[in-house]
Design a protein. Structure first.
Length: 147
């Protein structure tokens, strides 16, 4: 795991394969892909094919995306990290891919029963709306790798 809370994490199990690409079923998590049948869905399993090599280390081209390393099996190109094999990246991968998330804050400012007084006048405003202020922040973070 990479230490990021899952609600902002694009890669819940820290294997450098995005959660959205690991067969997650958001309506019924029990139907999510579990390649090795070990009871842990791929999006939470750091060794998706149970070959003893962590998925992050099956990134043979070392570009921090094991999902684009493919091997021809029969007539199909299969993601290498889902094929039970002993080949792994060399040297070992020691970096997580950068994660990016955005958050938006909306602030509505209004005042009820506003009274402004001067020496001879009083102005009463039942409701005054200053407006809505919106701020969007995009954050990119690369978690520290802990072997």
């Amino acid at each position: 795991m990479d230490g990021l809370p899952d609600y902002i994490d694009e890669d819940d199990d820290g294997d450098n394969v995005l959660t959205i690409n690991e067969g997650i079923n958001l309506t019924d998590l029990s139907l999510s892909q579990d390649t090795d049948g070990d009871g842990t869905p791929d999006y939470l399993d750091n060794d998706d094919d149970d070959d003893g090599i962590p998925t992050i280390q099956e990134d043979l081209n070392r570009d921090l995306s094991p999902a684009n390393d493919r091997l021809l099996v029969g007539t199909d190109l299969q993601p290498y990290y889902l094929i039970n094999s002993t080949e792994m990246a060399s040297p070992a991968i020691d970096t997580f891919r950068p994660h990016e998330y955005s958050s938006t804050a909306n602030l509505d400012i209004s005042i009820e029963d506003l009274t402004a007084t001067s020496d001879s006048r009083e102005i009463i405003i039942a409701f005054y709306e200053f407006g809505t202020f919106v701020r969007t922040v995009t954050t990119t973070i690369t978690p520290n790798f802990v072997p």
